[in-house]
Design a protein around this ligand. Structure first.
Ligand code: ATP
Ligand code: MG
Length: 362
């Protein structure tokens, strides 16, 4: 069976370093491994509209931002198909058929949707489109016959839902859809990177992000202002590393090489953590090191972004070509789906003959 990747992001803002460690970095590695037959990367504008219906301009403006973030991280249009969700009408059609295979109660149990509803203060005014977006996500995944979906931990319930839809579809209509597997980051600190404010998740909606496109100065300010251990008041006090976002970022980004380069008095992260826990190590020193690490990661990304920004029409053309290619793939899947459901009337000569005959006999 072909190995196929599908994943994507909502164009509700620029991408941040949580996206990078949660999914983007992995995508680029998988792309360059040469082990995958097809790779689809989707800018999920239709999904972004499910909770931004009153602000389509935000979504519209962020398409190019997300595309620039993709390209600057090293996604290569020669190897990965970059496309825009709303340009693939087959995804909406698949969603409509899959809706019949899912109950309202099942959707209500989805923990990610539950917490997102709370976060957005929807109360009883939940848009139906938002409530059902896990179904549309199942359509996105299955339309491309994706075997592998590299995403952050918050997407686990979506993948479970997609698998259930696949099983139910195949059970009712015969083997048609491919069951996808989630691919989570191996480093547990990357599953859900916290915000600079110490909140559980760095998220565009929470305003606690370091963006891939932030300037060096912005990154410095954000890191120096980061939440750490609130009880670590004096340098000599013992500090807590667990749950301390500065150390979590170091777990997610730093390498032993970074220590050799920027902080040679410590052999590795463990040595730095030990000193912090013992006491005698100030937050400022740790933050300065984190800043050096982040700059090492972000500088090449920023440089590539500058290059792509010089030719925006070329970036838009990449999305146009990618969308054409993605539509062809989704159309083939939709044909297969309609054939399995036996609603492909005009392509089904037996059906046409049978209906004609039925009435001719009367
Ligand atoms: P929004 O607030 O609009 O939902 P978001 O920041 O959650 O935005 P998404 O576009 O919903 O971003 O998520 C895109 C991908 O990035 C998903 O695979 C998600 O799991 C991953 N991701 C998002 N935030 C983080 C994070 N803080 N840590 C790890 N992965 C993340
Ligand atoms: Mg999200």
């Amino acid at each position: 069976m072909a190995k196929i990747i599908l994943t994507g992001d909502r164009p509700t803002g620029k991408l941040h370093v949580g996206h990078y460690v949660g999914s983007l970095r992995r995508r680029v590695e998988l792309q360059n491994s040469g082990e995958y037959d097809e790779i689809y990367i989707m800018i999920a504008d239709a999904q972004a509209l499910t909770d931004n219906a009153d602000n389509p301009e935000k979504v519209r403006q962020n398409i190019i931002e997300v595309a620039l973030d993709y390209l600057s991280c090293g996604l290569d249009p020669a190897k990965s198909t970059l496309f825009i969700q709303s340009q693939i009408p087959q995804l909406t059609e698949l969603t409509f058929y899959y809706m019949n295979l899912v109950t309202v109660a099942r959707l209500q149990r989805n923990p990610t949707v539950k917490s997102e509803i709370q976060l957005r203060d929807f109360h009883n005014s939940i848009p139906v489109g938002f409530f059902t977006y896990p179904i549309s996500q199942a359509a996105d995944i299955t339309a491309f016959d994706a075997t592998t979906v590299p995403v952050g931990e918050d997407q686990e319930p979506m993948l479970e839902q997609a698998k259930e839809i696949v099983r139910r579809f195949n059970y009712i209509y015969g083997d048609t859809l491919v069951e996808p597997q989630i691919l989570l980051p191996e480093n547990k600190y990357c599953l859900r990177l916290p915000g600079t404010d110490g909140k559980a998740k760095m998220s565009k909606s929470l305003n606690n992000c370091i963006y891939l496109s932030d300037s060096s100065e912005e990154v410095r300010k954000k890191i120096m202002g980061m939440f750490t251990d609130p009880n670590h008041l004096r340098v000599e006090d013992p500090g807590q590393v667990e749950g301390n976002p500065v150390f979590i970022y170091l777990e997610a980004f730093s390498t032993d090489e970074h220590f050799r380069q920027f902080l040679p008095e410590y052999e590795n992260l463990q040595a730095l953590k030990d000193h912090y826990s013992r006491g005698g190590l100030g937050d400022v020193k740790v933050k300065k090191f984190l800043y050096a690490v982040m700059e090492d990661v972000l500088t090449p990304i920023r440089q590539r972004r500058k290059e792509y920004e010089k030719d925006i029409p070329a970036v838009l053309e990449i999305l146009r070509q990618g969308s054409i290619k993605a539509e062809a793939k989704a159309a083939a899947t939709l044909n297969r789906v309609k054939q399995s459901m036996r609603i492909n009337y005009f392509d089904d000569q037996d059906y046409l003959d049978e209906q004609a005959k039925k009435f001719a006999e009367n």
